[in-house]
Design a protein around this ligand. Structure first.
Ligand SMILES: [Zn+2]
Length: 298
């Protein structure tokens, strides 16, 4: 997958390793300046200079502690590029339908994170929180896709030559799937399905969850199709790697791995076959109207 040199999104919030917040420091600096001026009668000019010094010092010390490695910078750049790709593509799709696309934020975290949907752990995998319209991802997931599920990196043809991680288009598919949940939220589909789930038993509720997940897969495919037309980003082997990923994150595949047996009624994301099929439906058509998994005969 080609991804270098394109626009990077400004909607990424990096909370890995405690993440230095330059904005926070500046605000703190302003508060310090205000307090100094108000209560100690320090000349505002002096106070301003003093806080500038404080800000610079704390920036230096924070950056010394949290200096990201080049691999961490690379993955952040990759995520921000894919997110920008989804912004550009979905903005266009929405405007063709006479709607306005509202860009989601994406939070990169490590270990645990406090989201608008509660506290979440890395082990839960990437997720979208409708309450704060943010996507949360611990990028260690990309390594796990490779190490635990054997989703291979396509090193021969990829610009992203990071060892030990899943293929970059497989990673992009995961991000695009989460963006797909945001699109469902904007279109009001998530709310409708939530309503229906309240009136249903556990099996029906799981079934509705599957339908939502498959639609997010289909939307990821639509994105890939449209993004290809816009940027020609796909390389040979990319689709196969992403299909392999869709296969290996199917509920039946994961259940078989975890428990040695499959319990279809407990599926919440769909079988491998279904996930591959709906991703492909979106990918081939590039048309969101083909993604009606909610009413489709699955
Ligand atoms: Zn999902």
């Amino acid at each position: 997958m080609r991804w270098k040199g394109r626009r990077v999104s400004e909607n990424v919030e990096d909370r890995r390793g405690g993440g230095a917040k330059v904005g926070g420091i500046s605000i703190l600096g302003l508060v310090v300046a205000f307090v100094a001026w108000k209560f100690f009668g320090v000349d505002p000019q002096q106070a301003y200079q003093a806080t500038q010094q404080i800000t610079q010092q704390s920036q230096q010390s924070e950056s010394a502690i949290t200096q990201p490695s080049s691999a961490e910078k690379e993955v952040a750049e990759f995520v921000a590029t894919v997110l920008a790709d989804t912004e550009d593509t979905w903005t266009k799709i929405f405007s063709l339908e006479g709607m306005q696309y509202r860009q989601p934020k994406l939070v990169m975290f490590s270990g645990v994170v406090n989201s608008g949907c509660g506290r979440a752990e890395s082990a839960m995998g990437p997720f979208y929180c409708p309450a704060d319209q943010k996507i949360y991802i611990d990028t260690v997931f990309f390594k796990e896709m490779h190490q635990q599920l054997g989703i291979s990196a396509n090193l021969n043809v990829s610009e992203r030559q990071v060892q030990g991680e899943a293929g970059d288009f497989a990673q992009a598919y995961v991000l695009a799937h989460e963006v797909g949940h945001h699109v469902q939220n904007l279109l009001g589909i998530s709310a409708q399905v939530e309503q229906a789930r309240l009136k249903s038993n556990t099996n029906q509720s799981n079934q509705l969850s599957v339908r939502l997940e498959l639609q997010a897969d289909c939307f990821a495919g639509v994105w890939a199709n449209q993004n290809q037309q816009r940027t020609q980003f796909l390389e040979q082997g990319d689709i196969e790697v992403a299909m392999d990923a869709a296969n290996k994150i199917g509920d039946d595949y994961l259940q078989k791995r975890a428990r040695g047996q499959v319990v279809p009624d407990s599926f919440t994301h769909g079988s491998s076959q279904q996930r591959m099929q709906w991703f492909q439906t979106g990918l081939k058509s590039g048309d969101i109207n083909r993604c009606n998994t909610i009413n489709a005969n699955l």
